[in-house]
Design a protein around this ligand. Structure first.
Ligand SMILES: NC(=O)c1ccc[n+]([C@@H]2O[C@H](COP(=O)([O-])OP(=O)(O)OC[C@H]3O[C@@H](n4cnc5c(N)ncnc54)[C@H](OP(=O)(O)O)[C@@H]3O)[C@@H](O)[C@H]2O)c1
Length: 403
C-alpha cells in the first residue's frame, strides 16, 4: 500500500470490479491527457485500479490517490478489515507533501467511527484542499456522509467522477449492506456441447490446468464457496485454494438431510478449513453431532415445499455471518435454483474444447429456463479470455425481466 512506484497488472480483479486501464501510466508519476479523459478521470482510474487489490471483506474495496500539481504523490487501497482505510493509507504514504493536494478516492470518505476513526478527520488533519470521490456511500446504516463535513470545513469536494466504475468496485459490498445477501459468482466448467459431467457423472477434469488455477485464484477472492450435495457425492472435492496464492474460503454445502459422508475430504479437512452445511430443520440431530465433533458447523433453515433448502433464508444466514462474496461451483441443480431466483450476480464460465454427449447431466444448469432468448439472463459486457486451450467468459449477469 502507499507505493508510488508500483505498476501492477491486476490479474486477480475483485468480484464485480469493472476493468479500468491506465494504472500503469498514472503510477509512473507523469501522464499525458488522452482524448476524452480528464485529469480527474485519469487519477480516479488510478485509485480504482489500486482499489481492486486486497481482500477487505466485510468492508468494501476502496482505492485512493494523492496528487499535487499534476504529480502523483501516492496511491493506496484498503487491504483487509481493521487495517487503514484507503484514504489514510494514501495520506500516510504522501506525508507532509499532502498539504494543499487533491485526494482522489473511489468511495465518499466516511464520517463515522468503526474499527478505525473517521477518514474525514484524517483528510482535514492532512491539509488536503480538494477531494474528488467516485460514488456515494450506499450504506443505509451510516449516518452523516463525509462530503458535507469536508465542505463545511472549507474543502472543495466533487463527487461522481467515474461513478459507474466506482460503483462496480463496491457492487458486492453494496448488495450485502443494502439487501442483506451475499454477492454470488456462479462458476461453470463446460464442454463445447454445454455439459458439466460425463455419462458416469465424472467432471474431473473437463478444463485444463490453467483454467483450474484461475478457479483457485477466484476462490481466494471470495469469502465462501458453495456446492450442492450432488457435487460433494459425485466428486468428493476439497474446494481449497491450492494452485494460487491466498487463503481458502469458507466451504458451504447445501445438504438438506445431512448426506455428506463422514469419510469425505470436506469432513476430513473441516478442522483446518471452515466447513458449513446448510441443512433443513428436520435433519438428524445425531448426524449433526457426529459432523460437529469433526469440525463441521451445521446451519439450519426450513425446507421448501419441494423438500430442499430455501435459497433466500440460507443466503441471508450466510450474509449475517459476514459472507459478502460467495462463489457457487455447482452442480446443475444448485446453479439452477439460484438462476431461477435471479440470485446469481456474475457468471464465470470456462469452456473446454471437448464433447461429453447428452447422457450425463441434462445440462450445465438445471432449471426451466426462459421461453425466448430475449428473456435469457446473459453476461452484460462479457469479457472473453483464453486460459490455455479453454475459453473463459465472465462478467455481471443481466436479467431482462428485471430490467
Ligand atoms: N463442470 C462443473 O463445473 C461442475 C461443477 C460441479 C458439479 N459438476 C457435476 O455436476 C454433477 C452434480 O450436479 P447435481 O446437479 O447433480 O448436484 P448439485 O447441484 O451439486 O446438488 C444438488 C442437490 O443439492 C441439494 N440441495 C439442497 N438445497 C438445494 C437447492 N435449493 N437447490 C438445488 N439443490 C439443493 C439437493 O439434495 P438434497 O435434497 O439431498 O439436499 C440436490 O439434489 C456431478 O456429476 C458433478 O461432477 C460439474
Amino acid at each position: 500500500m502507499g507505493d508510488v512506484s508500483r505498476n501492477t497488472q491486476d490479474q486477480d480483479a475483485a468480484p464485480a470490479a469493472t476493468s479500468a486501464d491506465g494504472e500503469g501510466a498514472a503510477v509512473r508519476g507523469s501522464f499525458h491527457e488522452s482524448a476524452g479523459t480528464s485529469p480527474d478521470e485519469r487519477w480516479m482510474n488510478a485509485a480504482i485500479s489500486d482499489g481492486r487489490r486486497g481482500h477487505p471483506s466485510p468492508n468494501p474495496h476502496v482505492g485512493a490517490a494523492v496528487v499535487k500539481d499534476g504529480v502523483l504523490l501516492s496511491v493506496a487501497h484498503h487491504e483487509t478489515a481493521g487495517t487503514d482505510h484507503a484514504e489514510l493509507a494514501a495520506l500516510k504514504a504522501a506525508g507532509d507533501a499532502a498539504r494543499g493536494a487533491t485526494l482522489y478516492v473511489t468511495l465518499e470518505p466516511c464520517n463515522h467511527t468503526g474499527r478505525t476513526p473517521p477518514c474525514t478527520d484524517a483528510i482535514l488533519a492532512a491539509g488536503i484542499s480538494r477531494v474528488v470521490f467516485g460514488c456515494e456511500d450506499p450504506n443505509p446504516h451510516v449516518e452523516g456522509k463525509g462530503a458535507d463535513k469536508l465542505r463545511a470545513a472549507g474543502v472543495e469536494v466533487q463527487g461522481g467522477v467515474l461513478r459507474d466504475e466506482a460503483r462496480g468496485l463496491i457492487a458486492p459490498w453494496t448488495k450485502h449492506v443494502t439487501r442483506g445477501l451475499p454477492y454470488i459468482s456462479l462458476k461453470l466448467a463446460l464442454s463445447l456441447d454445454g455439459r458439466i459431467a460425463t455419462r458416469s457423472g465424472s467432471s474431473k477434469w473437463i478444463t485444463g490446468e490453467q483454467a483450474r488455477a484461475r478457479v483457485h485464484a477466484l476462490r481466494a477472492k471470495h469469502d465462501a464457496v458453495a456446492i450442492g450435495i450432488g457435487t460433494a457425492l459425485a466428486d468428493d472435492p476439497r474446494l481449497t485454494v491450492r494452485d494460487a496464492e491466498g487463503t481458502s474460503p469458507v466451504r458451504v454445502i447445501f445438504d438438506t438431510s445431512l448426506r455428506l459422508p463422514m469419510a469425505s475430504k470436506l469432513v476430513a479437512s473441516a478442522a483446518d478449513v471452515p466447513t458449513w452445511i446448510i441443512a433443513s430443520t428436520d435433519a438428524s440431530p445425531s448426524t449433526e453431532e457426529a459432523l460437529t465433533t469433526r469440525g463441521v458447523e451445521v446451519l439450519r433453515v426450513p425446507a421448501s415445499a419441494e423438500g430442499r433448502i430455501e435459497p433466500l433464508p440460507a443466503l441471508r444466514m450466510l450474509a449475517a455471518r459476514g459472507i459478502v462474496t460467495l462463489m457457487v461451483e455447482g452442480g446443475a441443480e444448485l446453479a439452477g435454483s439460484l438462476l431461477a431466483g435471479q440470485l446469481a450476480d456474475e457468471l464465470h464460465a470456462f469452456l473446454a474444447p471437448v464433447l461429453l454427449g447428452p447422457r450425463g447431466r441434462p445440462g450445465a444448469v438445471d432449471w426451466a429456463g426462459p421461453s425466448t432468448p430475449a428473456e435469457a439472463p446473459r453476461i452484460g459486457n462479457a469479457r472473453w479470455e483464453l486460459c490455455g486451450s479453454d475459453a473463459y467468459v465472465h462478467g455481471p449477469l443481466v436479467y431482462p425481466e428485471r430490467a
